[in-house]
Design a protein around this ligand. Structure first.
Ligand code: COA
Length: 327
């Protein structure tokens, strides 16, 4: 059977670290509040001259190196991001140019924090139908440029970085076993960036003075929906493959909030030892969070051949989804 499987992973993060103690000097907050409500201790922040493409290119090159794939063989690049270098052209075009993947069709995908799982789902469908052979799926963000650093409700949560995976065609019964993607647009205003699009084009009085170019979020609403949606997406994967939570070797959820991860894992009946968490180091890096975690789990030996790996995402839109793989 023709399937898609991940043959290489890579990630890249800014060097600059912003700790909770640093945030205490910027807004009315404290380390105890941030740690107990979110689990986040520090995040990486891009400096001047670093963009979403900077980290995406580095992550893609590391994934290519691990996979051993020749860049000329890449025929598809999908970048999940809400912080592209520019509204257009796609940042995927910039990545294509920088890594020299001249034979690829490329595009950006807007599914907020679910961007990587959405991208993996599309790559899986292209590859398992024989329409592509080797894809790069990337999640990359520089959220620090759309975060309001005077809003303590949101600025403590987010960070910058990128993760990537090379996804290849192969004949066998492992690799990506299923992907499920979902959306619920009724909640689009719960987590969004009002400015800079066609509704609120740039203007001093409107977008700038009213701070519309910063992301807005109803934290409590997002929290409740995130737990339910990630459980639904994970259950869809288990049901489609006729397996129980006991069969899962490693669960890699979107890294938004430790309490969201714990509540979702508990509902799914997954013990802490099966759940990968790195958000204490990076905060919520949106579309980059799952591929960064996947790369760390891969490089640290947490995933062995034959392991069943479950990815589950949730993000603005709302969008959510899951991917189940035999490693
Ligand atoms: N430091 C100190 N106090 C803060 C604070 C901060 N950084 N941010 C908010 N507070 C205060 C609030 O003002 C509120 O004070 P009040 O009771 O005097 O009004 C109090 O803490 C409780 O706020 P609340 O919003 O109820 O906290 P919470 O337990 O819901 O946690 C979030 C807030 C944002 C951490 C939580 O809702 C969350 O993580 N939501 C999901 C966000 C997310 O993951 N988004 C991305 C999804 S992909």
């Amino acid at each position: 059977m023709l399937r898609a499987r991940i043959t290489g992973t890579g990630s890249a993060l800014p060097d600059k670290i912003l700790t909770n103690a640093d945030l205490e000097r910027m807004v009315e907050t404290n380390d105890e509040w941030i740690t107990s409500r979110t689990g986040i201790r520090q995040r990486r922040i891009a400096v001047e001259g670093e963009y979403t493409s900077t980290f995406a290119v580095a992550a893609a090159q590391r994934a290519l190196e691990m996979s051993g794939a020749n860049v000329d063989e890449i025929d598809l690049i999908i970048l999940g991001t809400v912080t592209p270098d520019f509204p257009f052209p796609s940042t995927a075009c910039i990545i294509q140019h920088e890594i020299g993947a001249h034979n690829a069709a490329v595009f950006d995908l807007s599914a907020a924090c679910s961007g990587f799982v959405y991208g993996l789902s599309i790559a899986d469908r292209f590859i398992s139908s024989g329409k592509a052979k080797k894809a790069l799926v990337i999640g990359a963000e520089v959220l620090s440029r759309i975060v309001d650093w005077s809003d303590r409700n949101t600025c403590i949560l987010f960070g910058d970085g990128a993760g990537a995976a090379v996804v290849e065609a192969y004949e066998g019964d492992g690799g990506i076993l299923s992907t499920h993607i979902f959306s619920n647009g009724s909640f689009w205003e719960t987590l969004y960036l009002p400015g800079c699009g066609s509704r609120n084009p740039a203007s001093q009085q409107h977008t700038i003075d009213e701070r519309l170019f910063f992301l807005k979020m109803e934290g409590n609403d997002v929290f409740k929906h995130a737990v339910r949606a990630m459980e639904e997406a994970a259950s869809a994967a288990l049901t489609a493959n006729g397996i129980s939570p006991d069969n899962i070797s490693l669960f890699i959820p979107h890294q938004a909030n430790r309490r969201i991860i714990d509540a979702t894992s508990k509902r799914l009946g997954l013990g802490e030892d099966k759940v990968f968490v790195n958000l204490h180091n990076y905060g919520n890096t949106s579309a980059a969070s799952i591929p960064i975690a996947l790369d760390e789990a891969n490089r640290s030996g947490r995933m062995k051949a034959g392991d069943i790996i479950l990815l589950t995402a949730f993000g603005g839109g709302f969008t959510y989804g899951s991917a189940l793989m035999r490693w």
